[in-house]
Design a protein. Structure first.
Length: 276
């Protein structure tokens, strides 16, 4: 039966590759891009809302024990408290508008005793890739407006350290309240709060993300198309092989073309036969 070609090792290997690729497209690659698109839509919605919404007290948006998430990130909150500059940490290896920078992370003790981490913005690097001098936060009690941010995560879980590039200041690889809490010996609530322009203690205010939709939806549709094309291609070649004359049909394979030497040898044998 012609269906026997489906059991050939080469065809089985091709089938396995095609179906594995298609399954990855439909169950891994495309859903991942759809999730990225959903995250971007939620981020854009939160940013657009924050442009017009008035800031709310921190405890109202994030009650004690809650953690910043997609529902609350980027929203504006008002926080009243005192900066703790002696517990400050700078985040290294940052990029702001295409240039290297440090972000300055300063804990703040709020009026209710909660300690939060304030991202005061960025400072540029000098010619030796060290942090330029920056102003300390204002003393006394201040009220700031900041954007809620979720902690970053260091895959290597590295602690803060100090070296000459920051003049002995503690520095970390990520903006993470847990890293600063360990370095400062403080109980800091999860997440951090990014200052806007003009707020007490702000340095270079960090730019906000663009609110474009991004390429994720088109990428997701492309992976679906690639998976479908792979399956349709496999189906096309399978149907073609079921018909006489398919590429895997040994009986329909064209005979090998004779070489000149073989033709001359046959002619000589024919002549010798006639002479006899």
């Amino acid at each position: 039966m012609r269906l026997r070609f489906l059991l050939r090792p080469g065809w089985l290997a091709l089938t396995a590759v095609v179906f594995t690729f298609a399954i990855c497209c439909f169950t891994l690659l495309s859903p991942w891009q759809f999730s990225r698109n959903s995250e971007r839509e939620q981020q854009n919605a939160a940013l657009e809302t924050s442009f017009t919404a008035a800031p709310v007290p921190l405890a109202q948006l994030l009650p004690p024990g809650s953690v910043p998430g997609q529902r609350t990130e980027w929203h504006l909150v008002s926080i009243t408290g005192r900066y703790l500059p002696d517990k400050e940490v700078v985040a290294r290896l940052r990029t702001v508008q295409g240039e290297g920078a440090f972000e300055v992370l300063t804990p703040m003790r709020t009026t209710d005793g909660t300690i939060v981490l304030i991202d005061r913005g960025y400072v540029r690097l000098d010619s030796k890739s060290a942090a330029l001098p920056f102003a300390p936060p204002p003393p006394g009690t201040v009220t700031v407006t900041a954007r809620v941010r979720a902690d970053e995560t260091d895959p290597k879980n590295r602690d803060a350290f100090a070296d000459a590039s920051t003049g002995g200041r503690l520095q970390s690889y990520v903006v993470d309240s847990r890293v600063v809490a360990r370095a400062a010996g403080l109980d800091i609530r999860p997440g951090y709060f990014q200052l806007d322009v003009g707020q007490p203690g702000v340095l270079g205010a960090l730019p906000l993300p663009q609110t474009d939709s991004g390429p994720f939806l088109s990428y997701a549709l492309q992976w679906i198309a690639f998976g479908a094309m792979a399956l349709l291609g496999w189906l096309y070649f399978t149907v073609r092989e079921l018909k006489p004359g398919g590429a895997l049909d040994a009986s329909a394979a064209p005979s090998r073309r004779k070489s000149v030497a073989e033709i001359l040898a046959e002619d000589e044998l024919a002549e010798s036969g006639h002479q006899k």
